[in-house]
Design a protein around this ligand. Structure first.
Ligand code: KG4
Ligand code: ZN
Length: 337
Protein backbone atom coordinates (compact mmCIF):
# COMPACT_ATOMS: atom_id res chain seq x y z
CA UNK A 1 0.00 0.00 0.00
CA UNK A 2 1.28 3.48 -0.89
CA UNK A 3 0.06 6.73 0.67
CA UNK A 4 0.66 10.30 -0.29
CA UNK A 5 1.24 12.24 2.92
CA UNK A 6 1.09 15.92 3.79
CA UNK A 7 2.65 17.68 6.80
CA UNK A 8 1.94 21.39 7.33
CA UNK A 9 1.49 21.61 11.10
CA UNK A 10 4.09 24.32 11.68
CA UNK A 11 6.60 25.95 9.34
CA UNK A 12 7.70 23.17 6.97
CA UNK A 13 5.64 22.21 3.94
CA UNK A 14 6.42 18.54 3.36
CA UNK A 15 4.92 15.82 1.14
CA UNK A 16 5.95 12.20 0.69
CA UNK A 17 5.07 8.83 -0.81
CA UNK A 18 5.45 6.06 1.78
CA UNK A 19 4.67 2.34 1.70
CA UNK A 20 3.33 0.08 4.47
CA UNK A 21 6.81 -1.10 5.51
CA UNK A 22 8.06 2.45 6.10
CA UNK A 23 9.93 2.92 2.82
CA UNK A 24 9.94 6.61 1.91
CA UNK A 25 9.71 6.27 -1.86
CA UNK A 26 10.11 10.03 -2.25
CA UNK A 27 9.83 13.13 -0.10
CA UNK A 28 9.84 16.84 -0.93
CA UNK A 29 10.05 19.59 1.69
CA UNK A 30 10.05 23.38 1.50
CA UNK A 31 11.20 25.01 4.72
CA UNK A 32 10.25 28.57 5.63
CA UNK A 33 13.33 29.42 7.69
CA UNK A 34 14.18 32.54 5.67
CA UNK A 35 10.67 33.95 6.07
CA UNK A 36 10.67 33.55 9.87
CA UNK A 37 14.35 34.29 10.54
CA UNK A 38 13.91 38.08 10.99
CA UNK A 39 11.41 37.41 13.80
CA UNK A 40 13.48 34.79 15.65
CA UNK A 41 10.50 32.41 15.74
CA UNK A 42 7.59 31.13 13.67
CA UNK A 43 4.98 33.77 12.76
CA UNK A 44 1.73 31.76 12.35
CA UNK A 45 0.18 34.14 9.79
CA UNK A 46 3.27 33.92 7.55
CA UNK A 47 3.46 30.12 7.95
CA UNK A 48 -0.12 29.61 6.71
CA UNK A 49 0.40 31.85 3.68
CA UNK A 50 3.61 30.09 2.71
CA UNK A 51 1.92 26.65 2.89
CA UNK A 52 -0.77 27.90 0.50
CA UNK A 53 1.89 28.89 -2.04
CA UNK A 54 4.10 25.83 -1.68
CA UNK A 55 1.82 22.83 -1.21
CA UNK A 56 0.27 21.95 -4.59
CA UNK A 57 3.42 22.61 -6.66
CA UNK A 58 5.33 20.43 -4.16
CA UNK A 59 2.87 17.53 -4.64
CA UNK A 60 3.23 17.79 -8.42
CA UNK A 61 7.03 17.84 -8.11
CA UNK A 62 6.92 14.83 -5.75
CA UNK A 63 4.90 12.65 -8.14
CA UNK A 64 7.17 13.67 -10.99
CA UNK A 65 10.34 12.95 -8.99
CA UNK A 66 9.05 9.48 -8.00
CA UNK A 67 7.64 8.86 -11.48
CA UNK A 68 4.32 7.91 -9.90
CA UNK A 69 0.74 8.74 -10.87
CA UNK A 70 -2.42 9.09 -8.86
CA UNK A 71 -3.29 5.50 -9.87
CA UNK A 72 -0.31 4.34 -7.78
CA UNK A 73 -1.60 6.12 -4.67
CA UNK A 74 -3.88 4.08 -2.37
CA UNK A 75 -4.69 6.78 0.17
CA UNK A 76 -3.88 10.21 1.56
CA UNK A 77 -2.53 10.92 5.06
CA UNK A 78 -2.39 14.39 6.59
CA UNK A 79 -1.44 15.91 9.94
CA UNK A 80 -4.65 17.30 11.44
CA UNK A 81 -3.42 17.74 15.05
CA UNK A 82 -1.77 19.33 17.00
CA UNK A 83 -0.18 22.43 15.47
CA UNK A 84 -0.75 25.99 14.31
CA UNK A 85 -4.38 26.11 13.27
CA UNK A 86 -3.86 28.17 10.09
CA UNK A 87 -1.07 25.83 8.97
CA UNK A 88 -3.07 22.67 9.72
CA UNK A 89 -6.07 23.98 7.77
CA UNK A 90 -4.04 24.36 4.57
CA UNK A 91 -2.84 20.73 4.64
CA UNK A 92 -6.16 19.30 5.80
CA UNK A 93 -8.35 21.07 3.23
CA UNK A 94 -5.90 20.15 0.46
CA UNK A 95 -5.91 16.49 1.56
CA UNK A 96 -9.72 16.33 1.72
CA UNK A 97 -10.08 17.98 -1.69
CA UNK A 98 -7.56 15.64 -3.32
CA UNK A 99 -9.19 12.62 -1.66
CA UNK A 100 -12.57 13.63 -3.07
CA UNK A 101 -11.27 14.54 -6.51
CA UNK A 102 -9.16 11.37 -6.89
CA UNK A 103 -11.54 9.01 -5.06
CA UNK A 104 -9.04 7.96 -2.35
CA UNK A 105 -9.53 7.26 1.38
CA UNK A 106 -7.90 9.77 3.69
CA UNK A 107 -6.75 9.73 7.29
CA UNK A 108 -5.92 12.46 9.78
CA UNK A 109 -2.71 11.78 11.72
CA UNK A 110 -1.48 12.97 15.12
CA UNK A 111 1.82 14.81 14.55
CA UNK A 112 3.53 13.18 17.55
CA UNK A 113 2.55 9.67 16.46
CA UNK A 114 4.32 10.60 13.22
CA UNK A 115 7.44 11.70 15.12
CA UNK A 116 7.51 8.45 17.14
CA UNK A 117 7.30 6.34 13.96
CA UNK A 118 9.99 8.39 12.17
CA UNK A 119 12.56 6.12 13.83
CA UNK A 120 11.32 3.27 11.60
CA UNK A 121 11.52 5.04 8.22
CA UNK A 122 13.85 3.75 5.54
CA UNK A 123 15.18 5.08 2.25
CA UNK A 124 15.31 1.55 0.83
CA UNK A 125 12.49 -0.85 0.02
CA UNK A 126 12.07 -3.27 2.96
CA UNK A 127 10.87 -6.88 3.04
CA UNK A 128 9.33 -6.32 6.46
CA UNK A 129 8.97 -3.26 8.71
CA UNK A 130 11.71 -2.26 11.17
CA UNK A 131 9.41 -2.12 14.24
CA UNK A 132 9.90 -4.35 17.23
CA UNK A 133 7.16 -6.71 18.37
CA UNK A 134 8.00 -5.65 21.96
CA UNK A 135 6.78 -2.60 23.90
CA UNK A 136 9.14 0.37 23.81
CA UNK A 137 9.62 3.83 25.33
CA UNK A 138 9.59 6.87 23.04
CA UNK A 139 11.22 10.18 23.91
CA UNK A 140 9.68 12.73 21.52
CA UNK A 141 11.50 16.06 21.74
CA UNK A 142 11.01 18.99 19.41
CA UNK A 143 10.33 22.71 19.26
CA UNK A 144 6.72 22.31 20.35
CA UNK A 145 6.76 19.22 22.58
CA UNK A 146 8.84 17.10 24.95
CA UNK A 147 7.17 13.86 25.99
CA UNK A 148 7.96 10.38 27.21
CA UNK A 149 5.57 7.64 26.11
CA UNK A 150 5.19 3.99 26.90
CA UNK A 151 4.28 2.35 23.59
CA UNK A 152 2.68 -1.01 24.26
CA UNK A 153 2.22 -1.48 20.52
CA UNK A 154 2.12 0.87 17.55
CA UNK A 155 -1.08 2.88 17.85
CA UNK A 156 -1.27 2.60 21.68
CA UNK A 157 0.52 5.43 23.48
CA UNK A 158 0.58 6.10 27.22
CA UNK A 159 2.05 9.41 28.30
CA UNK A 160 4.56 8.83 31.10
CA UNK A 161 5.84 12.39 31.39
CA UNK A 162 6.16 15.71 29.63
CA UNK A 163 7.62 19.16 29.99
CA UNK A 164 5.98 21.35 32.59
CA UNK A 165 6.88 24.51 30.67
CA UNK A 166 9.15 24.98 27.62
CA UNK A 167 9.87 22.21 25.11
CA UNK A 168 13.52 21.09 24.76
CA UNK A 169 13.77 22.57 21.25
CA UNK A 170 12.31 25.82 22.50
CA UNK A 171 15.02 25.92 25.18
CA UNK A 172 17.65 25.55 22.43
CA UNK A 173 15.99 28.17 20.23
CA UNK A 174 15.66 30.77 23.01
CA UNK A 175 19.27 30.27 24.07
CA UNK A 176 20.46 30.66 20.46
CA UNK A 177 18.47 33.89 20.25
CA UNK A 178 20.20 35.24 23.38
CA UNK A 179 23.57 34.59 21.70
CA UNK A 180 22.42 35.79 18.25
CA UNK A 181 23.32 32.46 16.70
CA UNK A 182 20.48 32.28 14.19
CA UNK A 183 17.13 30.55 13.81
CA UNK A 184 16.13 27.78 14.31
CA UNK A 185 18.69 27.67 17.06
CA UNK A 186 19.22 24.00 17.98
CA UNK A 187 21.49 23.19 15.09
CA UNK A 188 23.63 26.33 15.71
CA UNK A 189 24.06 25.50 19.41
CA UNK A 190 24.95 21.92 18.46
CA UNK A 191 27.60 23.15 15.98
CA UNK A 192 29.12 25.72 18.37
CA UNK A 193 29.18 23.15 21.18
CA UNK A 194 31.48 20.86 19.14
CA UNK A 195 34.41 23.11 20.00
CA UNK A 196 33.30 24.07 23.51
CA UNK A 197 34.05 22.73 26.98
CA UNK A 198 30.83 21.34 28.49
CA UNK A 199 32.21 21.44 32.02
CA UNK A 200 33.08 25.14 31.95
CA UNK A 201 29.63 26.33 33.12
CA UNK A 202 27.06 24.62 35.31
CA UNK A 203 23.43 24.90 34.32
CA UNK A 204 20.59 23.52 36.46
CA UNK A 205 19.25 19.99 35.81
CA UNK A 206 15.63 20.62 36.80
CA UNK A 207 13.54 17.78 38.29
CA UNK A 208 16.41 15.31 37.88
CA UNK A 209 15.90 13.93 41.39
CA UNK A 210 12.09 13.87 41.19
CA UNK A 211 10.37 10.49 40.96
CA UNK A 212 8.22 11.55 37.98
CA UNK A 213 9.18 11.54 34.30
CA UNK A 214 8.49 15.24 33.69
CA UNK A 215 10.90 17.88 32.44
CA UNK A 216 11.26 21.60 33.05
CA UNK A 217 13.42 23.92 30.97
CA UNK A 218 12.27 27.40 31.96
CA UNK A 219 14.71 27.66 34.90
CA UNK A 220 17.55 26.72 32.58
CA UNK A 221 16.63 29.56 30.26
CA UNK A 222 16.49 32.05 33.13
CA UNK A 223 19.87 30.94 34.48
CA UNK A 224 21.38 31.26 30.98
CA UNK A 225 20.03 34.81 30.74
CA UNK A 226 21.68 35.75 34.05
CA UNK A 227 24.99 34.12 33.14
CA UNK A 228 25.15 35.66 29.67
CA UNK A 229 24.87 39.15 31.13
CA UNK A 230 28.04 38.56 33.16
CA UNK A 231 30.44 37.06 30.58
CA UNK A 232 32.02 38.05 27.27
CA UNK A 233 29.70 36.08 24.97
CA UNK A 234 31.97 36.48 21.92
CA UNK A 235 34.76 34.63 23.69
CA UNK A 236 32.63 32.21 25.69
CA UNK A 237 29.95 31.30 23.13
CA UNK A 238 31.19 27.77 22.35
CA UNK A 239 31.68 26.88 26.04
CA UNK A 240 28.25 28.28 26.91
CA UNK A 241 26.66 26.23 24.11
CA UNK A 242 28.43 23.02 25.13
CA UNK A 243 27.49 23.46 28.81
CA UNK A 244 23.88 24.36 28.05
CA UNK A 245 23.47 21.48 25.58
CA UNK A 246 24.95 19.07 28.13
CA UNK A 247 22.34 20.09 30.72
CA UNK A 248 19.45 19.40 28.30
CA UNK A 249 20.82 16.15 26.86
CA UNK A 250 21.71 14.77 30.28
CA UNK A 251 18.27 15.38 31.78
CA UNK A 252 16.51 13.90 28.73
CA UNK A 253 18.54 10.69 28.76
CA UNK A 254 18.37 10.37 32.55
CA UNK A 255 14.55 10.52 32.51
CA UNK A 256 14.41 8.14 29.55
CA UNK A 257 16.49 5.60 31.45
CA UNK A 258 14.31 5.92 34.55
CA UNK A 259 11.15 5.49 32.48
CA UNK A 260 12.52 2.34 30.84
CA UNK A 261 13.64 0.80 34.11
CA UNK A 262 10.28 1.54 35.73
CA UNK A 263 8.52 -0.50 33.01
CA UNK A 264 11.16 -3.15 32.48
CA UNK A 265 11.41 -2.19 28.80
CA UNK A 266 14.54 -2.82 26.70
CA UNK A 267 13.70 -0.88 23.53
CA UNK A 268 13.61 2.87 22.94
CA UNK A 269 13.41 5.53 20.26
CA UNK A 270 14.29 9.23 20.46
CA UNK A 271 12.55 11.35 17.85
CA UNK A 272 11.62 14.94 16.95
CA UNK A 273 13.82 17.87 15.91
CA UNK A 274 15.98 17.68 19.05
CA UNK A 275 16.84 14.03 18.32
CA UNK A 276 19.17 15.47 15.65
CA UNK A 277 21.35 16.79 18.48
CA UNK A 278 24.76 15.13 18.33
CA UNK A 279 25.34 15.06 22.11
CA UNK A 280 21.88 13.60 22.76
CA UNK A 281 22.59 10.88 20.17
CA UNK A 282 25.92 10.15 21.84
CA UNK A 283 24.38 9.86 25.32
CA UNK A 284 21.61 7.63 23.90
CA UNK A 285 24.22 5.33 22.40
CA UNK A 286 26.10 5.21 25.73
CA UNK A 287 22.88 4.39 27.58
CA UNK A 288 22.10 1.53 25.20
CA UNK A 289 25.59 0.09 25.61
CA UNK A 290 25.60 0.43 29.39
CA UNK A 291 22.17 -1.19 29.88
CA UNK A 292 22.11 -3.48 26.83
CA UNK A 293 19.09 -1.67 25.42
CA UNK A 294 18.13 -1.72 21.75
CA UNK A 295 17.30 1.63 20.18
CA UNK A 296 16.55 3.46 16.95
CA UNK A 297 17.17 7.12 16.12
CA UNK A 298 15.68 8.62 12.96
CA UNK A 299 17.97 9.58 10.10
CA UNK A 300 18.76 13.29 10.43
CA UNK A 301 16.33 14.29 7.66
CA UNK A 302 13.47 12.54 9.51
CA UNK A 303 14.20 14.21 12.90
CA UNK A 304 12.63 17.57 12.10
CA UNK A 305 9.10 17.83 10.72
CA UNK A 306 8.64 15.74 7.58
CA UNK A 307 5.83 14.07 5.66
CA UNK A 308 7.54 10.65 5.61
CA UNK A 309 6.63 10.07 9.26
CA UNK A 310 3.00 11.16 8.71
CA UNK A 311 2.83 8.76 5.77
CA UNK A 312 3.93 5.80 7.90
CA UNK A 313 1.48 6.61 10.71
CA UNK A 314 -1.28 7.06 8.10
CA UNK A 315 -0.59 3.94 6.06
CA UNK A 316 -0.58 1.73 9.18
CA UNK A 317 -3.96 3.10 10.24
CA UNK A 318 -5.46 2.78 6.74
CA UNK A 319 -4.23 -0.84 6.63
CA UNK A 320 -6.12 -1.48 9.88
CA UNK A 321 -9.28 -0.28 8.14
CA UNK A 322 -9.38 3.17 9.74
CA UNK A 323 -10.25 6.24 7.64
CA UNK A 324 -11.34 9.79 8.50
CA UNK A 325 -14.65 11.35 7.55
CA UNK A 326 -14.72 14.49 5.40
CA UNK A 327 -15.84 16.62 8.35
CA UNK A 328 -12.57 15.95 10.23
CA UNK A 329 -11.45 19.14 11.99
CA UNK A 330 -7.97 20.53 12.62
CA UNK A 331 -7.12 20.60 16.34
CA UNK A 332 -4.54 23.03 17.73
CA UNK A 333 -3.87 21.06 20.94
CA UNK A 334 -4.47 17.41 21.66
CA UNK A 335 -2.59 14.83 23.67
CA UNK A 336 -1.60 11.55 22.04
CA UNK A 337 -3.14 8.36 23.41
O1 KG4 B 1 10.25 18.46 15.14
P1 KG4 B 1 10.53 19.85 14.73
O2 KG4 B 1 10.98 20.11 13.30
O3 KG4 B 1 9.31 20.80 14.94
C1 KG4 B 1 8.36 20.71 15.94
O4 KG4 B 1 7.46 19.84 15.82
O5 KG4 B 1 8.51 21.50 16.90
O6 KG4 B 1 11.63 20.40 15.75
C2 KG4 B 1 12.24 21.65 15.61
C3 KG4 B 1 13.13 21.88 16.81
C4 KG4 B 1 13.67 23.29 16.89
O7 KG4 B 1 13.47 23.77 18.19
C5 KG4 B 1 15.16 23.11 16.59
O8 KG4 B 1 15.99 24.08 17.20
C6 KG4 B 1 15.42 21.73 17.13
O9 KG4 B 1 14.27 20.99 16.77
N1 KG4 B 1 16.63 21.13 16.58
C7 KG4 B 1 17.73 20.84 17.32
C8 KG4 B 1 18.72 20.35 16.41
N2 KG4 B 1 18.18 20.35 15.17
C9 KG4 B 1 16.90 20.82 15.29
N3 KG4 B 1 17.96 20.96 18.64
C10 KG4 B 1 19.19 20.59 19.09
N4 KG4 B 1 20.17 20.14 18.30
C11 KG4 B 1 20.00 19.98 16.97
N5 KG4 B 1 20.98 19.52 16.19
ZN1 ZN C 1 7.33 18.16 15.01
Amino acid sequence: MIVLSIETSCDDTSVALVDHNGWVIAQATADQDLAHQPFGGVVPEIAGRQHVEALLPLIEALLQKAQKHWDDVDGIAVTNRPGLIGSLIVGLVTAKTLALAKGKPFIGVHHIEGHILSAFLSDEPLQSPLFWSQPFVALAVSGGHSHLYYVEEIGKYEEMGKTQDDAAGEAFDKFAKMLNLGYPGGVHVDRAAQSGDASKYTFPRALIKEKNFDFSFSGLKASAQRLISTVDTQVESNHLCASYQEAIAEVLVHKLEKAMLSRGVRYFVITGGVSANSRLRELATNLAERRQFEFRLPKLKYCTDNAGMIGLAGVLRLMKGEASAHDLAPVARETLS
